[in-house]
Ligand binder design. Structure first.
Ligand SMILES: CC(C)(COP(=O)(O)OP(=O)(O)OC[C@H]1O[C@@H](n2cnc3c(N)ncnc32)[C@H](O)[C@@H]1OP(=O)(O)O)[C@@H](O)C(=O)NCCC(=O)NCCS
Length: 144
């Protein structure tokens, strides 16, 4: 199986925060953001593995700043680590107020995804090719 670079599957999704995403205080509901994180993690894992993937665990989800309706939320995901069938996807979430250009880093988190074969068994995923020191640092941090 051919190894793949981190860039091969790097993914960014940007979405406008609309009123139906808001909770009672007018801020975006945490569950909406969690759903977006799961989606970007899936896209990144599916690109790397070329397979159907499932979410196994979620680490480090912490909402540091509230997100408001009208903001543009960008989620940047990359494969930090691969095992046999598992991949740890690192996700950075940023929110931008388009009128002022003000950006905030709302959180960073880690989703473990596993690739599956058609019959539901675990699938071996491609190894990771490191292109720079950052790729290596993230790999070792994830392994630890
Ligand atoms: C996660 C799942 C695949 C584990 O299956 P299993 O038969 O216990 O397999 P293993 O123990 O060999 O684990 C498989 C891989 O997942 C990893 N893994 C298992 N549990 C984990 C956890 N809690 N956190 C991180 N990684 C985990 C293992 O380290 C292993 O990685 P590797 O293949 O790279 O070595 C299985 O429980 C499953 O399919 N769960 C449902 C997932 C799902 O449907 N999610 C959608 C949301 S409902």
């Amino acid at each position: 199986m051919e190894a793949r670079t981190v860039d091969f599957s790097r993914t960014t999704i940007t979405e406008l925060m609309i009123p139906s995403f808001a909770n009672f205080s007018g801020k975006v509901h945490g569950g909406i953001l969690l759903g977006m994180m799961d989606k970007v993690a899936y896209v990144c894992a599916a690109k790397h593995s070329g397979a159907y993937c499932v979410t196994v665990s979620v680490d480090g989800v912490e909402f540091k700043e509230p997100v408001e309706v009208g903001e543009l939320v960008s989620l940047s995901a990359s494969v930090n680590y691969v095992g046999n069938s598992s991949m740890i996807i690192g996700i950075r979430v940023e929110s931008l107020k388009p009128k002022t250009g003000q950006k905030k880093h709302t959180n960073s988190c880690y989703f473990t995804m596993v690739a599956k074969n058609e019959d539901g068994s675990l699938m071996q995923v491609p190894k990771l090719i490191f292109q720079n020191n950052e790729d290596i640092r993230r790999f070792w941090d994830a392994k630890i």
